[in-house]
Design a protein around this ligand. Structure first.
Ligand code: FES
Length: 581
């Protein structure tokens, strides 16, 4: 229930600890700011708004964010605030090695300390590419100053020879087609140019679009934020309105902890089911919840998402892209459908200062093939399935809407890859003893095993299987999977192999049973044999000697709790520290 009561205004804000008064320190702080041409009266106690920007030319999905930052500034000025743009670490999904996920927590630390240590009263978080969204929200949530998010928006549709081309999804499809001999390398390169034809993030319901939908359903962005294309003029309007809104949020003292309640997370989890969202949302929402002290678990994901129909017909689960989702009405339509179906906590508070239902109750669906009526859903049982068993005592996840119906109950012979290098070395070998009924198992790709838990769980199939026209097999690993990927893929297996989880002791030829309806994954060996192998197991992944990689190794938690650092969980607030001058 939203019981938010706005704070009294005017009152003294934290930025006045730097800028207020006539003493030497105040003159020092104001004086240096004035070298940017700021007049004296902008330091009169008005809200100072940090525009936290993940702009980077090596994060191409966020390369247009400086333009959006300017629109936010316009809005802040209009509402009587003082905008200051602050760059932070930008974790690029497409370019950063070994994986952007290894740097999500680093970026969250950067954001948290950038906010805490500097004169800001509220923040606008400019995000886009996959990890930039959770990292900024995690950092801001730990500070708990008023915060609002603006996503950069998705790219326009790609087209190749008349066919819609989805970011990532068609990269996987085309690369499998090349391996199967159905597409030439030259055609693949021609298709490359058609995939990313405008600024913005991936245009499928991949992780970027999923996380943009998550922040909207959590109530942390203005209604409609998720789907407006990056180049649509309405994206700029939304940025400007966001700038206006944050000034009022500071005056009202409307903070992330007011919005990020258990009810908000429940809305987000159900939304993820309805949109056929990325499995990456599981680890990110668990981590965000950990920052605000909300008790969210993998069991919540399974319980809340189990009966949510997937109605959004977007790749990788369906056929359309984010541009069409926007034209159909975008996420507000989905939230309305959830509310009509009794699956939305209607009173959950949003950045608007009111309940989410007020924003969506009157919207219309403009295209019922893009956002399907429940009776014609892509699947009646969307969401994220959490499977457990002796192979995954702390759980693993599967996305039913992207999996194959005929593999949802399966028993097969394990073909084991000790790590990603072992997989790459063997998968194209025609002598590899594997067929379509086997279960592909990959170890040592979890948070510690492949530092950061890379998106390699959707292992490509062996060429000799692809040539038979087979496009899916059961695959199990402790890795993640790109939100743009698909297949009957069990991910995030916990505990991971690198810390001695049962995945580590699977051997070639073992039989594995997967029962998605029964939420069970089972390694068919005796308890005694399991114990004998676990007792004999020794770590194979050496800790990095130094640097951030060592910090990561020593402090990252399991995927089942969000893979955050143990020392970063919780909300530390944003107290104003001592002046050093
Ligand atoms: Fe940046 Fe997909 S690679 S959003």
């Amino acid at each position: 229930m939203s019981a938010f009561k706005p704070a009294a205004w005017p009152r003294k804000l934290r930025s006045q600890e730097w800028f207020g008064g006539t003493g030497r320190d105040a003159i020092y702080h104001r004086g240096w700011m004035k070298n940017q041409g700021l007049p004296h009266d902008v330091f009169d106690g008005r809200p100072v708004i940090g525009i936290i920007n993940t702009w980077s030319e090596l994060t191409p999905c966020n390369a247009h964010l400086r333009d959006l930052a300017q629109r936010v500034k316009n809005g802040v000025w209009e509402a009587g605030g003082l905008p200051v743009e602050v760059p932070v670490f930008s974790a690029s999904e497409s370019a950063l090695r070994p994986t952007a996920m290894m740097f999500r927590n680093l970026a969250a630390m950067d954001v948290e300390e950038a906010i805490r240590g500097q004169p800001m009263d509220g923040v606008v978080l400019l995000v886009g590419c996959d990890k930039t969204t959770p990292s900024l929200l995690m950092g801001a949530a730990s500070c708990d100053l008023p915060a609002i998010m603006v996503s950069g928006g998705p790219m326009l549709n790609g087209y190749y020879r008349g066919e819609r081309v989805g970011s990532g999804t068609h990269l996987w499809k085309f690369s499998e087609a090349v391996k199967a001999g159905e597409m030439t390398a030259e055609d693949f390169m021609e298709a490359e140019a058609s995939m990313s034809r405008s600024p913005g993030s991936c245009n499928t319901m991949g992780t970027a679009s999923t996380m943009a939908s998550m922040v909207e359903s959590l109530g942390m962005a203005l209604s409609g934020n998720a789907a407006i294309p990056a180049v649509d003029s309405r994206r700029r309007v939304m940025a400007q309105l966001t700038g206006r809104r944050i000034v009022q949020m500071v005056k009202d003292d409307l903070k992330p902890s007011d919005i990020l309640t258990k009810a908000a997370f429940e809305n987000a989890i159900r939304t993820n089911g309805a949109i056929g969202g990325s499995t990456n949302a599981v680890v990110h929402l668990l981590a965000i919840a950990g920052r605000v002290g909300v008790d969210l678990t993998l069991a919540d994901w399974d319980r809340l998402g189990r009966d949510v129909p997937t109605v959004v017909n977007l790749m990788p689960s369906g056929k359309y892209l984010m541009e069409e989702f926007f034209y159909a009405g975008g996420l507000p339509v989905v939230l309305k459908m959830l509310g009509d179906g009794g699956l939305l906590n209607k009173d959950a508070l949003t950045v608007s200062g009111g309940p989410v239902w007020d924003e969506v109750k009157d919207v219309r669906n403009w295209n019922e093939d893009v956002i399907r009526p429940v009776a014609n859903a892509l699947t009646q049982h969307g969401g994220i399935a959490v499977l457990r068993g002796n192979l995954a005592p702390k759980g693993c996840v599967l996305k039913p809407s992207a999996a194959s119906e005929h593999l949802m109950q399966h028993r097969g012979r394990a073909v084991v890859f000790e790590d990603i290098d072992d997989y790459k070395a063997k998968i194209n070998d025609e002598a590899l003893d594997i067929d379509e009924n086997c279960v592909m198992v990959m170890k040592n790709c979890g948070p510690r095993g492949y530092p950061g838990m890379a998106e390699v769980g959707n292992m490509g199939l062996p060429p000799k299987v692809l040539r038979k026209g087979i496009t899916d097999m059961v695959r199990i690993s402790d890795a993640r999977m790109s939100g743009t990927a698909y297949g009957t893929v069990l991910l995030h297996t916990s505990p991971e192999a690198a810390v001695g989880g049962p995945l580590a002791i699977v051997q070639n030829g073992d039989m594995i049973e997967v029962d998605v309806a029964g939420r069970r994954v089972h390694l068919d060996i005796s308890d005694e044999e399991m114990q004998r192998r676990l007792d004999a197991w020794r770590p194979t992944v050496a800790p990095p000697a130094s640097g951030y990689a060592r910090l990561f190794h020593d402090h990252v938690g399991g995927a089942d709790t969000g893979a955050d650092f143990d020392f970063l969980k919780g909300c530390r607030g944003a107290p104003v520290g001592r002046d050093s001058h």
